[in-house]
Design a binder for this molecule. Structure first.
Ligand SMILES: NC(=O)c1ccc[n+]([C@@H]2O[C@H](COP(=O)([O-])OP(=O)(O)OC[C@H]3O[C@@H](n4cnc5c(N)ncnc54)[C@H](OP(=O)(O)O)[C@@H]3O)[C@@H](O)[C@H]2O)c1
Length: 260
């Protein structure tokens, strides 16, 4: 099997969308999962839904805030006892062109997208090193390989995670912990649906038309379902992915046109 039974898993930003789908998939494979996001209502709703699939716990936290990250890891370890798999997911930064961004936007995006990854890894890694086992998977974006229009904050900052991931591979490969990243392409989450509906309204088009226009740009001819991103995370965390280390795995339906 996949070797995920009873694995203790933390998935951040996991009450909706891609993070939720990842948490659900781990539960389906028998892992114990800890979820988190900022809004208490979202956390409670997700816990209710996910508890149908297995043993799940959670707390509120804003991973852009240092004190919240410390409390999150404390609560997760108190609850699960240890950690085997850490899936770093975040909310997205605001969509803006470079000209519209302020230095404050850049500082906020740094805290959410990069500082959070560094800090949470620092808090969690010692537990993995103690038992010489761990899987760390950073969910980033195709923006780290192919800058996306209007997403300058994501394009500029997320690429730092890929550099972090490759460096951690060098420093910890002999200590039983692997590091990889998963780069979602356009994925049909509630947030993306809302963005497309807004775009349709602004352009005086039907939602279906705008969705189809976007789908046409993707070689597979459609957007991903969140479960399809989760499948890649599961592979990397499972026994099947035991020799995969330092990979930035795009799950984009063929959208990124380059070889590397
Ligand atoms: N969907 C796509 O097409 C796509 C493509 C490439 C990359 N991505 C990236 O993948 C990530 C997930 O995207 P998604 O579409 O699944 O987003 P989503 O549907 O908006 O879900 C985001 C989740 O993150 C939580 N969250 C947001 N900010 C947080 C924070 N500061 N601390 C803790 N939790 C936080 C949200 O809950 P609360 O509001 O309760 O905090 C929610 O559970 C984003 O970073 C996005 O940029 C998405």
């Amino acid at each position: 099997m996949l070797g995920l039974e009873d694995k203790r898993v933390l998935v951040t930003a996991s009450t909706k969308g891609i993070g939720f789908a990842i948490a659900k998939k781990f539960l389906e494979f028998g892992s114990k999962v800890f979820i988190t996001s900022r809004n208490e209502e979202n956390v409670n709703k997700a816990l209710r839904e996910l508890s149908k699939y297995g043993e799940v716990y959670g707390t509120t936290s804003d991973i852009a805030k240092r004190e919240d990250r410390e409390r999150l890891v404390r609560e997760m370890l108190n609850t699960l006892g240890d950690i085997d798999v850490f899936v770093f997911n975040t909310g997205g930064p605001p969509t803006k062109a470079f000209e519209e961004t302020t230095l404050e936007d850049w500082e906020n995006a740094y805290k959410l997208l990069l500082e959070a990854a560094v800090h949470l890894t620092k808090l969690i890694l010692p537990k993995m090193l103690e038992k010489r086992y761990g899987r760390v998977i950073y969910v980033t974006s195709i923006a780290t390989k192919m800058p996306v229009e209007g997403l300058v904050l994501s394009n500029g900052i997320r690429i730092g995670i890929e550099g972090l991931m490759k460096t951690l591979v060098k420093e910890y490969a002999s200590k039983g912990v692997t590091f990889n990243s998963v780069l979602p392409g356009y994925t049909l989450t509630e947030r993306v649906k809302e963005v497309l509906m807004k775009k349709a309204e602004m352009e005086g088009k039907e939602y279906k038309e705008v969705l189809e226009e976007l789908a046409q740009k993707i070689p597979l001819g459609r957007l991903a379902n969140p479960e399809e991103i989760a499948n890649a995370v599961i592979f990397l965390a499972s026994d099947l992915g035991s020799y995969v280390n330092g990979v930035a795995l795009q799950v984009d339906g063929g959208l990124i046109p380059t070889v590397f």
